[in-house]
Design a protein around this ligand. Structure first.
Ligand code: FRU
Length: 489
């Protein structure tokens, strides 16, 4: 690891950053009020860039969502941990940045990680990114991916930070790309999974074990029999209704018409066997989302439920977001409850029921043929389909059509590069669609499949629905109309 002095030009004092970021966020808040592309009930960066959700947890009765934040560079620069908290997952308070690139082990970015809550203490595990000077590809040489821990007693300030593992602790057949610790307690011990890329460009997950949260022993790896991509980012490992599941975001999967249509993929493997044993097997990989904008999700347990939040964005995508011109980019998905469907051996995702607190006017429509339906900026539309063809066109912006076993989301020109996404749906029974000003999340057949995307309206906020179906349209209140003071939106 290199000394801080080597990085004099990068290194700034935390106090300077805090002040600069607060000033930037305050200025942005003024213009945000006039920006009709800002979302109403989805988390987005106060200013600048956002990517992965990090450190999701419930701590002393409040939910915490940290996220990869680059307040100074709207196209994504050095990463900090931005921070929101909430009592109900609907009304959010913007908190000061939690982690800054200020240690010798994280000088070029505090990368993704997770939270473990124990005895009213929050343990935040993260990857410290350091780039060495000189000629490097930063894959095989020139990059440190350090695993570190920040401890917080109040959930808003850090009491201490420690380095746990550096590249020399990782197995020797790996590249420098080993990151994104997800930590959980199980069976009287602690476990950590880390995403990795081998020297032969194979994506894998490393499993570590600890008795005390600080000292970690490498015990196993999770991989497919045949290579599946060159890198697995943001692993998450959990048990849901008796089934162990490994969520990963693999990179380097070949695109197909109905699968893996984005530059990077995101999905899960059911695990067969004990994740600590060499003979554990990964079952069939399934995608978590079929839209343009979904990546690097993370889950956490909240009492009896497991909740997933994803990044509604895609690294290195060939499409873009015009919000960049307005000084911010990307958002997170609305929280989804995960359900394991034993019969079909698949995960189902449902938007959490807390959204009902936002319900206001509800209107029912019976469509037989063609009908125009207004689409309020923030709303939920539930469609029960009764025919063998269905089409829903969002005025001059996109079209969602189902025919011959294929559900297709087709964007019209002027969609900033977004084109078409297809998925196989033999029988379309229902659609539950969450609209926000520039995001749409489509839950198919009770959440068997999900399609998430950003959109930028080119016409009226109105839908033309064709088919035979029942439609329930519920407008959402703007959460900022019921805030208790500090909420940002
Ligand atoms: C996934 C990712 C992570 C990394 C983080 C950096 O989007 O590449 O692997 O920790 O983003 O922002």
């Amino acid at each position: 690891m290199r000394a801080k002095e080597d990085f004099a030009s990068y290194y700034e004092k935390k106090e300077d950053w805090t002040e600069k970021i607060e000033a930037l966020e305050q200025t942005a808040q003024q213009t945000a009020r006039m920006d009709d592309w800002r979302l109403s009930y989805h988390l987005m960066p106060p200013v600048g860039w956002l990517n992965d959700p990090n450190g999701l947890c419930r701590f002393k009765g409040e939910y915490h969502v940290f996220y990869q934040y680059s307040p100074f560079v709207v196209e994504g620069g050095s990463k900090y941990w931005g921070h929101y908290k909430s009592r109900d997952l609907i009304h959010w308070e913007n908190c000061p940045v939690m982690l800054y690139p200020e240690q010798a082990w994280d000088l070029h970015g505090v990368y993704s990680g997770s939270a473990l809550v124990e005895d009213d203490v929050m343990y935040l595990y993260y990857t410290g990114n350091v780039k060495q000077p000189g000629e490097h590809d930063f894959i095989h040489s020139g990059r440190e991916h350090n695993t570190a821990l920040a401890v917080s007693k109040d959930g808003v300030t850090v009491d201490k930070e420690v380095l746990l593992l550096n590249n020399s602790a990782y197995p020797s057949d790996l590249t420098c790309h080993v990151r994104d610790p997800k930590v959980f307690a199980y069976d009287g011990k602690y476990y950590m999974v880390l995403g990795a890329r081998t020297n032969t460009d194979i994506g894998q997950v490393l499993v570590w074990e600890s008795d005390d949260k600080y000292n970690w022993k490498y015990i196993n790896r999770l991989c497919t029999e045949k290579p599946f991509g060159f890198m697995w980012e943001c692993p998450d490992l959990f048990e849901l209704d008796g089934q162990w599941i490994l969520v990963v975001s693999p990179q380097g999967i070949e695109r197909q018409t109905y699968h893996y249509q984005n530059v990077y993929t995101c999905g899960y493997f059911p695990l067969y066997g004990d994740f600590r044993n060499k003979d554990v097997k990964l079952g069939e990989f399934r995608e978590l989302d079929y839209g343009f904008d979904f990546y690097a999700p993370q889950t956490f347990e909240d009492g009896a439920r497991r909740i997933l939040i994803g990044w509604m964005g895609m690294p290195d995508a060939e499409y873009s977001n015009p919000t960049v011109a307005r000084g911010w980019q990307h958002c997170l998905t609305f929280p989804r409850e995960l359900v394991w469907n034993k019969e079909k051996e698949q995960l189902e995702q449902r938007p959490i029921e807390e959204r009902e607190a936002l319900y206001r006017n509800e209107v029912l429509y019976r469509v037989a043929g063609e009908m125009f339906v207004p689409c309020p900026t923030a709303s939920e539309i539930v469609i029960d389909n009764h025919s063998d063809a269905f089409c829903m066109e969002y005025d001059k912006t996109f079209c969602l059509e189902w025919e011959d076993g294929c559900l297709r989301l087709l964007y019209m020109p002027e969609s900033y590069g977004r084109t078409v996404r297809n998925l196989k749906v033999d029988h379309l029974e229902s659609l539950q669609i969450l609209f926000d000003s520039t995001s749409v999340e489509i839950f198919v057949n009770g959440g068997e499949a999900v399609v998430s995307a950003r959109y930028y309206p080119n016409g009226q906020r109105a839908l033309q629905i064709s088919g035979v179906c029942d439609v329930r349209l519920t407008e959402f209140k703007d959460p900022c109309q019921c805030i208790d003071g500090k909420t940002l939106f």
